[in-house]
Design a protein around this ligand. Sequence first.
Ligand SMILES: Cc1cc2nc3c(=O)[nH]c(=O)nc-3n(C[C@H](O)[C@H](O)[C@H](O)COP(=O)(O)OP(=O)(O)OC[C@H]3O[C@@H](n4cnc5c(N)ncnc54)[C@H](O)[C@@H]3O)c2cc1C
Length: 453
Amino acid sequence: MELETDVLVIGGGMAGLAAACSAADAGASVIVVRKGHGATADSSGAIDIAGYLPGGNTPFQSGREGLRAITGLFPYHPYSVLGQESTETGSQFEKALERVEHSVNMLKKWLSGTPAETIGSLERNISAVTVLGTSKPTSLLQKTMLPPDWDDDSILLFEGFAGNPDFNAVLAAKTFMAERARVGEPPKKIADSELTLSPFGKPYNVSPVEIARHLDHPGGTAFLADSLSKDVERTGATHIALPPILGLKTPAENRRILEDRLDVQVFELLSFPPSVPGLRLLRSLDNTLAGLDVRILEAHEAMNYEQSGNRIVRVQCKTHHRSLDILPDSVILASGKFIGGGITGSENGLSERLFGLPVVSEDWTSTDGIRPQRLTRPISINSRGHALFACGVAVDMHLRPLDGSGNTFAENLFSAGSVLAGYNYPVEKSGLGVALATGVFAGTNAAHALQEE
Ligand SMILES: Cc1cc2nc3c(=O)[nH]c(=O)nc-3n(C[C@H](O)[C@H](O)[C@H](O)COP(=O)(O)OP(=O)(O)OC[C@H]3O[C@@H](n4cnc5c(N)ncnc54)[C@H](O)[C@@H]3O)c2cc1C
């Protein structure tokens, strides 16, 4: 079977979905092939633009400040690439800022009215609270995750669920209390508690996704409010921090029910996988794409390609039950890194799986023949991060991957997201931000390339 399309997007995480949305917005017909679950679904759902410089301990006050520092210090960082078109001195930052700002505005538009409706800006980083009780700087948060205002009289209750191994309310409360005391900011009174919710049967291995699905059912949130009321009464809580369980479909409505019934303010913490907000983000973007007539082919893996001259003319995809050839005018590679599966490692080094593109390390040298372990440091948590996370494909100023000689691999192939080299998202806190901004830029470039033909 064969399908024709203007733009084929390989990968359905943040980068691929943003690329697909922007190409479709620009009038192109788009198909997305998605092998499976990537890092986006596992993420906390908070969209980090720039939190820290690698090795730095002081968070950026805003995404704008981070972009200025990164584009000034790292000329081949994906954010800097977004500004490369500009040749005037100092204006690389301005161009990059304009492009990132545009992508943020597009995302807010695409997510408006969805369960992942997002707020925030490049003007101020938000100090989001995690399930560990620590804080992290981020630029955009889903509305139900924004920490509310509190003062010295506020009492914040960390509420856990018996059997949910991902959140320990006692430890989170302790860590949060210590951090508040260190910075001298409210709230000063913190409590913790744990609920046992009987509908789940025996309270062990209760997944947050399971709780979220329960809250989406009629009566689910009202039941939770009744169960929480004793803890609110006992502790005098004015605010409640919950792990992110407020529903996959109607989180804002569920939060409103809790707040109305308990007369408190409620917010969700940032958490590890399985992440309800990560899933909300992915599903919301999938729905936006459906509204733009974009087809997402689930469980389809791009396995092979055919090149004619300097163009990719055919991509072969497979599922367990069929084989499909897609004939695209432009292709966007947004296949992720190790979790998504775009890049893989063996004793022979790292490789990009579909096109066999060269994979470079953080110093832009080839990773051929380098065992992946050699790209890590002995101490796992390290403020400089691990070189492994900065590995990926090198690109030109239009985000077209380069071959081993530094030439464009194919004139109609673009790439976006964590398959790219040159940034270390775990230490920078820039993961979904880079995926979003490069995705939007790659989608626009792919659509414009069609008009130039
Ligand atoms: C645990 C965790 C928490 C994180 N938390 C945050 C956070 O709080 N904030 C933040 O900003 N960032 C966070 N990140 C980083 C962020 O999630 C990633 O940087 C971002 O999601 C990368 O998006 P992507 O689209 O490039 O890749 P992915 O989301 O990995 O998507 C890649 C897609 O490509 C598909 N694919 C791969 N190969 C093929 C193929 N051959 N054919 C078809 N499909 C293919 C995969 O199935 C997948 O759908 C976190 C990451 C992790 C792992």
